[in-house]
Design a protein around this ligand. Sequence first.
Ligand SMILES: [Zn+2]
Length: 401
Amino acid sequence: MRKINLSDFQIAKSETARDINRRIILNLIRIRQPISRADLARLTGLQRSTVSLIIEQLIEEQWITEGALGHLPRGRKPRFLHLNNERAGIIGVNVRPKLTTLALTDLNAQFITQDSLPTFEDPNEFLQELSVRIKKLRDSHPQIFCEGIGVGVPGRVERKTQKLIFAPNLGWRDIDIKEFLENATNLPVEVDNAANSCALFELWFGKHSEGVHDLIALTVSEGIGTGIIANDQLVLGVSGMAGEFGHISINENGDLCSCGNRGCWEVYASNSATVDYYSKTNGKNQTGKKDESVKPTFEDILRLFELGDPKAIESIERMAHYLGLGIAMLITSFSPSLIVCVGEVTSVWEKIEPIVKKEVSERTPLATNTKIIPTNELAYPRLRGAIALILQKHFVAPPVA
Ligand SMILES: [Zn+2]
């Protein structure tokens, strides 16, 4: 039961009812496709004529299309409806400190074409080049009408303006990516924190989210991000930037974090933290001083871990220990049904899972109610998250009291 928000509500008019019915039908088509008008009427309890009117509108707007004829033992053969993947598409952009990936997908978030570019230190230079790449993606499939651009960023995004306030791992502050890209492309742009967008993707399109109303997406990369869904909604807080668990101190006297705080969770459990830990004892040159040029990447450490390198095993197991510790904190705070873990470390999940689960079960009595699931990095979960920022706008319930 949700309290009525008396400062932001919309009274129920007949258009509101129509809009709600339209979104219910669009969601049913998305989940049950291919589906007939008769089945939609049966599932919604709406009259056939009402369903037909909504369908005509959705076809006209090119959201859905009629496919093959169905087979029935007798009577008129129904035409099945499905989302229109040939005409409408979405562009997703996943910004990370070294590399930015982008893709054009259909309405089912399936990739049509992809590209990538280095993430330049200078945000303006980067956005210029990104606009060029976006144009190229669109030009490669001119028949596809683009619904908009979703951008996932590793940082804090102000809710109202969608400005990137601070991205510690990029070193960017106060960047208006939305305004820049909207001016450059003439398309609607939605910007959000990468973890929030991964959480939205999981809620709307995830394989494990059926019947799930409370979930957390945990992005483990250069930093650590958490996107929290409670009662089917992102937890935003008054600032719109709530849920930054990666920057909660788990050791008040710990190492300095890029955010300025000390001993943040991400200083212990992120990819960068693991690379730093590994490099502290490895990679010394002959003078005994640490040589930055021999610093491995996180992927190098994963490879060494798989090969049985003792130092890599120690580093990854240490990371797993701290991941478990933080996940226990998340479960104690929110008791979600599901935590989805996103990041390169999921490629060795089978080996680290016992360590993570041991930490979790020892630290929170609520552990048994929460499933912890790794996502498949090869399915580009962060990029799909960015796509979800645009897709979900068309599928969410309209704002009502
Ligand atoms: Zn921090």
